[in-house]
Ligand binder design. Sequence first.
Ligand SMILES: Cc1ncc(COP(=O)(O)O)c(C=O)c1O
Length: 431
Amino acid sequence: MEFRPAMGRERFRSIWRRAARAAPSLNGLARTLNSMDATARATPPPPSSHTRPVQAPISRDAPRSGPRLGHGLERFDPLKRRAADTPGLISFAGGLPAPGEFPRSKLAASFVRALQNPSRPALPWSWPEGDEDLRAWIAGQLRRRGAQVARDDVIVTSGARQAVSLAAQLVRGSRARIGVDRESSPGALDRFQELGATVVDGDSNVDAYYLMPAVSNPRGRTLSRSDRARVLSTLRPIIEDDAYADLSFDGAAPRPLLAEAPDRVFHVGTFSKTLCPGLRVGWLVPPRSLRAEALQLKQSADQQAASLPQAILEDYLRTEDFDQRLVRLREFYGRRAARMERALRKHLPGWRFDPPAGGFAIWVEPDAEPNEAFFLAAAIEHGVAFDPGSLFRAHGAVNPFALRLCFSSVACDEDLDEGVRRLARCWAEVA
Ligand SMILES: Cc1ncc(COP(=O)(O)O)c(C=O)c1O
């Protein structure tokens, strides 16, 4: 679906009428759609090779394909904010870790020690490549997985997102054709398009690939042996986003593509999924021949990843057993995934999904195709939220209708069951 200035109020008129007829509680839905409309009118889409005009007004019955506007996440911003402001809402959106798994008191202790440590200044600026000990730790983790990485190969970044962005700039200038999975990470898709790259799904005629071989987002899949061999055999650069690699339910993270082709793999990692996204610490291992250029880009972007979070992390990793933490997290999220699978089979038996191999979410393709924005707004009225499938597609296609359901960040198992029951009730009304 798409919000274009040209469509004006027309687009939502039929929804408002239906909303008013359906139930008093749907008045909120009409208000939400109204605010989405207003935001869309205020935010014209950036120029993009994928942008094409919308043909028909939105309605709850008619599913439509639409282009990705380059700001996939922004498109649903009013609904996301509304969901966040809805008391009692159960959110399956966002790709967030379980809040109960944030090691608050340990990070607090590391924070205090980091500030008090005279040999490790946490408050001044530092070098653009980042903290030495932290880089050594990251390199060590990658060596354990079979990649020959030295401390100085690692650049600490402001989250994986910045690492992906730097890699995309290095891949082949701004006009690269970047091959992605049919569904991929929205932040990366948006960034590629903002940089002027063409994002291509299912096409081998590309300059580079962006992949999540260990555990993909949103499907939670591992790249098959044959696809792995095929991609490597193309000899093209690969941006390997390993954000979820440590959260594969079967065990330790697999051998990265970096181990096979260090001369053309841009390896990306982050602490956002295994520790907390608020620290904003990730990393990039670019090919050695491009390290100087990567550092130059990094420095001109933000000088360095923030010193204080790096100092906190460095202390935390020195004093905690991170391997043990990962074992616990894999079990925790694996159990959550299994629980959501059971709830979906029970309450929404017509919804198709493949059990994920890891990560935070289940990608589901229901058995009907209602209008995506309408269904999301209706779900929020029922007290549950999810990530709409079109966000994950390079061209913003809404068909086949799909949802990403994150089991990771709900407060407890009972909320997970209740959230699926609410989705089922909403589905029965809307689909
Ligand atoms: C696959 C993937 N890569 C990168 C990111 C962003 O990570 P960070 O918070 O480190 O920027 C996310 C999550 O938001 C993600 O799902």
